[in-house]
Ligand binder design. Structure first.
Ligand code: C2G
Length: 130
């Protein structure tokens, strides 16, 4: 069984996220999503609209996703890869090159982001429309 992991906030889930998850899952047989906690998001300078629990519930409803675990720190990736026997680490290419050190443990894949959609853009357009 080929196990894949990816990390992110996945706030206000949109088709860009779904496309990432679909392609990530297609690289193996089992997809783990490490979901940024509300506290970790604060460290990323992000305040998610939906709580961790709500974001987790939405991800768990996606057929491409097999397991959701919390992302608490930047550093946990190396231990997660060992703990969950991960074969492939995947993330969008806005992070290209940032996690190459993980190549010592597993395959590292940067997938092209889906253009024209982001949570930031959605929030900005909703604010403008209101
Ligand atoms: N994404 C995408 N296309 C978009 C928007 C997002 O492919 N239009 C991808 C991102 O590249 C990322 C994933 O969807 O791989 C989740 O995006 P975010 O929730 O913005 O995650 P991010 O804040 O980048 O967190 O430790 C890594 C961080 O937790 C990544």
């Amino acid at each position: 069984m080929k196990r894949v992991i990816t990390y992110g906030t996945f706030d206000m889930l949109h088709y860009g996220h779904i496309e990432l998850l679909r392609r990530a899952r297609a690289l193996g047989d089992y997809l783990i999503v490490a979901l940024s906690s509300d506290e970790f998001n604060a460290g990323k300078g992000k305040k998610a609209y939906f709580s961790y629990d709500d974001r987790k519930r939405m991800l768990e409803a996606i057929r491409h996703v097999d397991l959701v675990i919390p992302e608490h720190t930047w550093e946990q990736k190396a231990s997660d890869i060992g703990l969950y026997q991960v074969d492939t680490f995947v993330i969008g290419d806005d992070w290209a090159g940032k996690f190459n050190e993980l190549q010592a443990q597993c395959e590292v894949v940067y997938l092209a982001r889906t253009p024209e959609i982001s949570t930031t853009q959605i929030k900005a357009e909703l604010t403008k429309a209101s």
